[in-house]
Design a protein around this ligand. Structure first.
Ligand code: ADP
Ligand code: MG
Length: 396
């Protein structure tokens, strides 16, 4: 990559940032900091406030309350073009009547950059996105992926210190998305620019980002590296939005080892958790952390719950087992090909796991047993702690 496009990325700080449209609070007092040169992703479902946040940073939407600082300076009063931010949208937003070169040169013309330097920078930007040979074409003569590369070249050509991208790969098919993800990652590393990237695709967020901020209903649920979010989710929303989870519902219990849940299958322990004893809670871990053992074989000490395998899903290098617990709640286990147990649908099994792999989380009202999308019905009074079920009970 030629050095002329390199920049020192700016820091971005959002403090209590809020956006209201009449009665609708689109963004609800979020706090977020991007380090210079960081790749920060805003991940969340549709309508969670990602685009609104990006538009406030870019200056396309005035903020309702809070603070927005770029390199520690408030930018509220600056119009978009004075913020030195590049932006890529989901729909390429290229000028259809201009050639690729002229599209990319546009921000340089706006900034009154001379012809010779313009030519040089455009060539470098097109080179960086692998389109050096297509500069004379019009946008309609390019594929979707190529058009998005042009949009990226145009956003970075003048060396902005921040690049904002709003679902830039959302309109492309999966294969193209995968290859462009790697390209965006490479360009980020070479430019040094701070990237703020919006997506609703968790895999994309995990591939690209230094850190991910998980949005839900205008708020941020958790910010962290992919590994932190995956292994240490702090809310049920994060656990379930990012990757798959195995969930055991019950009532939080005090435990010397950390946290515990009284579930239908008995007391289950986790090393981590921040819940009040007596409140509805779920013990959560990742499906690949569960071990499935035959009901009549030896079982290690520690967490164990009886269940019956109800479904097997073959996935090539791994398989998923859906296991129905005593209370009928399903739990998911994933076994890699080499470590797969012999369990088959219909088999009674022990589900076991280490307390180190699990976390106990409070269960928000909307996912509590009894509500419409409740995963399980569970009445703690009817449970006998840690007593393995008889075959009759299993069949009941
Ligand atoms: P996302 O990008 O995460 O899908 P948005 O930021 O686009 O979410 O929207 C967040 C919320 O704000 C949604 O409820 C949306 O309907 C609302 N919203 C966005 N833009 C406007 C607008 N111009 N007027 C009214 N409501 C809006
Ligand atoms: Mg959006």
């Amino acid at each position: 990559m030629p050095s002329d496009l390199e920049t020192h990325g700016a820091s971005i700080a959002l403090r209590g940032l809020t956006k209201k449209y009449g009665d609708v609070t689109a963004v609800d007092g979020i706090n977020l900091q991007a380090q210079p040169g960081e790749f920060l992703t805003l991940l969340g479902p549709s309508g969670s406030g990602k685009t609104t946040t990006l538009n406030m940073i870019a200056g396309f939407e005035p903020i309702t309350a809070g603070e927005l600082l770029i390199d520690d300076k408030p930018v509220h009063a600056l119009p978009p073009h004075r913020r030195e931010i590049g932006m890529v949208f989901q729909h390429y937003a290229l000028f259809p009547h201009m050639s690729v070169q002229d599209n990319v040169a546009y921000p340089l013309r706006q900034r009154k950059i001379g012809r010779a330097e313009r030519k040089h920078l455009v060539a470098q930007a097109l080179e960086a996105v692998g389109l050096a040979h297509l500069g004379h074409r019009k946008p309609r003569q390019l594929s979707g992926g190529q058009q998005q590369r042009v949009a990226l070249a145009r956003a970075m050509v003048y060396g902005p210190r921040v690049l904002l991208m709003d679902e830039p790969l959302g309109a492309l098919d999966k294969k193209l998305r995968d290859s462009l993800q790697l390209e965006i990652k490479r360009i980020h590393a070479e430019l040094g620019t701070t990237f703020v990237y919006v997506t609703h695709d968790q895999d994309e967020a995990l591939v690209l980002s230094d850190r991910v901020a998980v949005f839900n209903s205008g708020r941020i649920e958790q910010i962290g590296s992919a590994k932190e979010l995956y292994e240490r989710p702090q809310t049920m929303f994060v656990a379930q939005f990012l990757g798959e989870s195995s969930v055991f519902h019950g009532i939080a219990q005090p435990s010397p080892s950390g946290s515990a849940v009284m579930s239908a299958g008995g007391m289950l322990h986790a090393v981590r958790g921040d819940v009040r004893p007596g409140e509805r809670a779920a013990l959560v871990l990742r499906p690949e952390r569960l071990r499935v053992l035959p009901a009549d074989g030896p079982v290690p000490d520690g967490n164990k719950v009886r269940g019956r395998v109800t479904q097997e899903i073959y996935l090539g290098s791994s398989r998923k087992l859906e296991i129905s617990l005593l209370d009928g709640a399903p739990v998911l286990a994933r076994e890699s090909f080499g470590a797969a147990s012999a369990s088959r649908p219909g088999d009674e099994v022990w589900v076991t796991f280490r307390p180190e792999d699990a976390v106990v989380l409070p269960v928000p009202a909307s996912t509590e047993p009894g509500s419409d999308d409740a995963p399980a019905r569970f009445e703690p009074d009817r449970v006998q702690a840690a007593t393995p079920p008889t075959t009759q009970q299993m069949k009941a």
